[in-house]
Ligand binder design. Structure first.
Ligand SMILES: C[S@@+](CC[C@H](N)C(=O)[O-])C[C@H]1O[C@@H](n2cnc3c(N)ncnc32)[C@H](O)[C@@H]1O
Length: 285
């Protein structure tokens, strides 16, 4: 039975501490103290759905119930931001298209293979954008190109696989890009063209899951933008180390504009492009 608004339980400081610890272990998520009310509000519908009277009951459910794993995923889903859109951070994407893709084309000229990874891809806009940029260059026509999108959120991955988007996802997409890369499906809704969609595949992956990461191929470039900022420092360090391992020698790591490896890794070389600073696993490493 749903709670009356005034019967809605409060999240105590101790319950918040326990939930923070649990989520940190599960996915590296760092919940700041000032987010207590946000956590309370976002998780409350789960208490209702499970007929639990308070957050201690919810914490016990997350720890010990037979369906705990699914519920932890749901809680993460509700608390982690999924904001994304096509052609996000255009300066960086311009550098990638004009400077890095030609380098990768040269680097891989003999294998004619390209492997890219969007780590924390949310609803798919980022990996599809990469597919569009690759098409724009024309450099990889006839190559074996694979773009992998992974995320911890199954709901976001379902949306990504559908590849259908509305105005929010397309807020910075120009009419020319829209015409070239999308098919209209209904008023204000567009689907990514089949040729661009086909080389993108999606998989469920927690970036802290080292065994899961090993199932991916070695990558020529990894995009992990607007993900590390939500992770606690030790988790960030672990994820960045996994990226290093997952990159081919000479492969590139691109982060969001507010993120840097400054305090996290000295293993990468810094590469200054005209509009961006990116990281590279040194060619001999
Ligand atoms: C703000 S979105 C960024 C989407 C896209 N990279 C961009 O910049 O537009 C962050 C995404 O990272 C995912 N994420 C957060 N922590 C994760 C983890 N430990 N493992 C995998 N994905 C995670 C979230 O589910 C979310 O969809």
């Amino acid at each position: 039975m749903p709670f009356e608004e005034d019967a809605r339980p409060l999240l105590t400081a101790e319950e918040f501490r326990l939930l923070k610890e649990l989520l940190l272990d599960a996915c590296g998520l760092q919940l700041r103290e000032d987010l207590k009310y946000v956590v309370e509000r976002r998780l409350w519908p789960r208490l209702e759905a499970l007929s639990l009277r308070d957050y201690s009951g919810y914490y016990r459910y997350l720890r010990f119930d037979a369906r705990a794993r699914e519920e932890v995923e749901l809680a993460i889903e509700l608390l982690v931001p999924h904001e994304t859109y096509f052609f996000r951070e255009p300066t960086q994407l311009g550098s990638f298209e004009r400077e890095l893709l030609p380098r990768l084309c040269q680097q891989n000229a003999s294998s004619r293979k390209l492997r890219l990874w969007s780590a924390g891809c949310s609803s798919g806009e980022e990996p599809y954008t990469l597919s569009m940029l690759i098409a724009e260059t024309g450099l990889f026509d006839g190559w074996d190109v694979q773009i992998h999108g992974t995320d911890i959120s199954r709901r976001m991955l379902t949306a990504a696989r559908a590849a259908e988007y509305g105005s929010s996802a397309l807020r910075t997409t120009t009419p020319a890009q829209l015409a070239r890369h999308f098919d209209p499906i209904s008023a204000g809704r567009f689907r990514v063209k089949a040729g661009l969609k086909n080389r993108v595949s999606f998989g469920h992956l927690n970036l802290l899951d080292e065994a899961g990461l090993k199932l991916l191929p070695r990558m020529d470039a990894i995009f992990c933008r607007n993900v590390l900022i939500y992770l606690e420092p030790a988790a960030r360090r672990k994820v960045v180390h996994s990226f290093w391992e997952q990159l081919v020698a000479g492969g590139y790591l691109l982060l969001g504009h507010s993120e840097s490896l400054l305090t996290f890794s000295t293993d990468f070389a810094l590469v200054q492009l005209t509009g961006d600073l990116v990281y590279r696993r040194p060619a001999g490493a």
